[in-house]
Design a protein around this ligand. Structure first.
Ligand SMILES: [Zn+2]
Length: 368
């Protein structure tokens, strides 16, 4: 069977390795492809901040100035194992040879955007001004999106092609995420000779954790301790313990309240036992919620209808570049490209979803 152009492009793209922080070869190829189509391409110094070997890619295509510009985004990096990916197409499904990921997260989005641009220019289809942001190092903490220069964009609306679920999946709600890192310092002492002279950091931490609300807090909020770590000989009262936890919530207020609850428990316990507390609260990304009546969702809905993709509006428990875009004042929504079983070697995507992602991107660019 004859392969569609978006499938061909996708198969080429996944064979260019681009694990997080090593996106350079792929970024160079994308810059070439976008320039060939006729876009103005720029890059930035985000790689320095992210400790990656290249920066984010920006591309711009002029369009009908009477129409609202739109930003399309996807990330260039993949999770490991992502080197020497050999894609296999079988019965309308693309998967890897079994020892790597496929990279449809997120090259399905990238191939679809590039090929939609290709069609719009080649067939001279009237279209909006289109802006593109292909980010680096999304998988290791949304680092590219966090270092993106938002002043280069005139678009207020962004579509991020980076979610599981068939084309037609629209994610209008994603939680915010905060990390709490703490060290409790007590006082070392000989555990047999003079334990009363010591302050056990483990005892302090246990008292703190005992008061914490954890795991499922409510339907919008979760909290989890990932690390509680002290290791020493049994004959010394332990002086320090390391603690790290995360909180997620769809509601910013609840996110902060939950952080305060956890930090409050740490402070109370340290105060009670005379231990020292050092802590930082690191916001990873903010939550977002875009109501179903929003014009951007209306636009997505009508474009999905136009290509015959059933619409499903849903929320996610994870974060993506869209969280960062929204925090920078953009109106960003993540959509499904059909990538499935991502972050593992059984990752796959159907050819139909690949083609539909490209059709959706094209529909969104077109003058409505
Ligand atoms: Zn992704």
């Amino acid at each position: 069977m004859k392969q569609s152009q978006v499938l061909k492009t996708f198969l080429e793209y996944v064979q260019i390795s681009s694990e997080s922080r090593s996106e350079q070869a792929f970024a160079t190829r994308l810059a070439e492809d976008l320039r060939k189509i006729g876009l103005r391409v720029e890059t930035d110094k985000a790689g320095v901040k992210a400790n990656a070997n290249t920066g984010n890619l920006y591309a711009f295509l002029d369009g009908d100035p009477a129409l609202e510009p739109i930003l399309f985004s996807a990330h260039m990096d993949t999770v490991p194992p992502g080197k020497k990916i050999q894609p296999i197409v079988c019965d309308g499904v693309v998967h890897s040879s079994g020892d790597t990921v496929l990279g449809s997260d997120d090259k399905s989005g990238i191939a679809a955007i590039v090929e939609a641009l290709h069609i719009v220019v080649e067939q001279n289809i009237p279209h909006r001004p289109v802006e593109v942001a292909f980010t680096i190092s999304e998988e290791v903490g949304l680092l590219g999106a966090k270092a993106l220069d938002y002043t280069r964009f005139s678009a207020k609306n962004a579509i991020v092609f980076d979610n599981e679920g068939d084309v037609g999946t629209i994610v209008n709600k994603a939680p915010g995420h905060v990390e709490i890192l703490a060290t409790i310092t007590g006082k070392a002492a000989h555990a047999g000779v003079a334990p009363e002279e010591g302050i056990s950091a483990i005892v302090v931490a246990a008292a703190a954790v005992n008061g914490m609300q954890l795991l499922r807090i409510d339907e919008e909020t979760t909290a989890n301790i990932g690390t509680l770590c002290a290791a020493g000989p049994n004959n010394i009262v332990p002086e320090t313990i390391r603690f790290s936890a995360e909180v997620r919530s769809h509601n910013e207020q609840k996110l902060h309240r939950q952080c305060d609850q956890i930090v409050g428990c740490l402070q109370d316990a340290c105060h009670r036992y005379g231990a020292c507390l050092q802590y930082t609260i690191e916001p990873s990304y903010a939550s977002y919620y875009i109501p179903e009546s929003d014009p951007l969702i209306e636009l997505l809905r009508s474009c999905c209808n136009a290509i015959g993709a059933p619409v499903s509006i849903c929320s996610t428990g994870g974060g993506s570049d869209a969280n960062v875009f929204n925090a920078h004042g953009m109106h960003a929504i993540v959509v499904g490209t059909g990538m499935e079983k991502i972050h593992g070697v059984s990752e796959y995507i159907t050819v139909k979803n690949l083609e539909n992602t490209q059709k959706l991107a094209l529909e969104l660019m077109k003058k409505q």
